[in-house]
Ligand binder design. Sequence first.
Ligand code: EZ4
Ligand code: CO
Length: 403
Amino acid sequence: MKIVDARVIVCSPGRNFVTLKLTTEDGVTGIGDATLNGRELAVASYLSDHVCPALLGRDASRIEDTWQYLYKGAYWRGGPVGMTAIGAVDTALWDIKGKVAGLPVYQLLGGRARDGVLVYGHANGRDVGEAIEWVHDYVERGYRAVRVQVGIPGLASTYGVADEKRYYEPADRGAAPTENLWSSETYLRAIPDALERVRDAFGFDLHLLHDVHHRLRPIEAAELGKRLEEVRLFWLEDPVPGELQEGLRLIRSHTTTPIAIGEVLPTIWDFRTMLTEQLIDYVRTSVQRAGGISHLRKITSLAELHHARTGCHGATDLSPVCMAAALHFDISVANFGIQEYMPHTAETDEVFPHDYRYANGYLQPGESPGLGVEIDEAAAARFPYERAYLPVNRLLDGTMHSW
Ligand code: EZ4
Ligand code: CO
């Protein structure tokens, strides 16, 4: 089953997506999501200039061997660009294997380990009142879990708080990134009270989540976790940048608020200390970021051994191709926790027709062979790439601050 064609499709149906499409000599196609928000063309080039030529003539049925060939064989291991590219190849090969077998991918992964995939939506507001209105909107649509982000008085704009509420978009189009101001002091003054008010408004039957987006230092995060214990969050996400894994010991020793980390982390090595020392509760990485289904399974097995669960990233920069793959993974894995879900725009859904479905707080993977998602290339061609970036953060004195 030789690969005879490997192509990269870049499109922007409302936001940028990079998709890899592989075709076998029998005419079977498979697709993978290669989108790296704000750095899309780097992955497109990594694939089309370096990976695609080496895939031609390879056996499409050898998923693990191809993964190892691209990871170990590159000499330059890891990193978000390379791992996103490998992830797209891996996802496309699982899609092909499912189509050849005539089975949805989750059946190849061991079948259903649960009846549906619990998802959380995103509510945000410039102030608590507006945030509560949007949480309400999610509750009315059946959501059992909602992430809540609130504007911080004294900070002109806050990442995660947008004007467009239904189709949250983290990146901005333009020649350079937009800039947000950050002050941990201001944030820490405002956010515990804001989240307490949301909890008071909805009671304890609704799961509430909150994302810090890597902007605190360990001791600040420890304080926040402690002050939020009564709110009983489902998780506190990315309280600090994840690369200083040892820094999580400080947070852990001060608070029982569950911690989720990892949407920017691509390999099992990036999770090793935090999992083996039981410093986190949820692994946030994804099929798109972490080298596809094959490598995400390994990270998840390490997490299972250390009582951590999955909470795959699923913002709008993860295309419907990634979301389909995530759902096959989520439904089959033993230590699933929750899946982030943000509906895409109608334009994106037109480019990526898919058969996964939302109902009553849960998503269901489709039953078609493979991933159950395709790319309509004629529709994609109507939406050419537009430069876009994630914003950057500065402190009040102009210092560049962390994500
Ligand atoms: O910042 O997807 O949990 N979700 C998030 C997202 C991420 C973007 C980055 O591309 O943190 O909003
Ligand atoms: Co996040």
